[in-house]
Design a protein around this ligand. Structure first.
Ligand code: ZN
Length: 141
């Protein structure tokens, strides 16, 4: 197993596809399991699916095209959690890093809080000495 394989997961999904007899490419597709049993989250989807099973939907002949299998590769977080990461952006919309639930605290913890929550011009402005002298750098750091 290469380092790349370690962070890639194959996700397999299935769709039950029905196509109108007289209109190729048009019809209905339902998320389903391996056996073709649909996952129907909405009443409207259920009504459509039941229509499809009768062979007619909205008065049109519809054909059962069977189960389509889709395999897609999902990249996992490189922290090794096995979770799918998402991108985090700072308050200005600048990309910072990828994180998952496991590493979000660690990774975002490296940034100053105002980077994440937003800062105003007041946070950015250097203090200006009243006599116009340059600000002396703080050498403690
Ligand atoms: Zn992670």
């Amino acid at each position: 197993m290469s380092i790349t394989d370690e962070f890639v997961k194959e996700v397999v999904t299935y769709m039950r596809v029905f196509e109108y007899e007289n209109e190729r490419g048009a019809g209905c597709a339902f998320d389903c399991d391996e056996d073709g049993t649909p996952v129907l989250k909405f009443a409207e989807a259920r009504a459509n699916y039941e229509g499809c099973l009768t062979g007619y939907l909205h008065g049109e002949r519809i054909i059962d095209k069977g189960i389509r299998k889709h395999v897609k590769e999902v990249f996992l977080c490189d922290c090794g959690s096995g979770e799918v990461p998402w991108r985090e952006y700072d308050a200005q919309g600048i990309y910072l890093c990828k994180v998952c639930n496991e590493c979000i605290d660690d990774r975002l913890g490296r940034y100053r809080p105002e980077i994440l929550t937003g800062y105003t011009q007041a946070d950015v402005d250097e203090p200006i000495e009243p006599d116009g002298e340059p600000v002396i750098a703080d050498d403690r750091y």
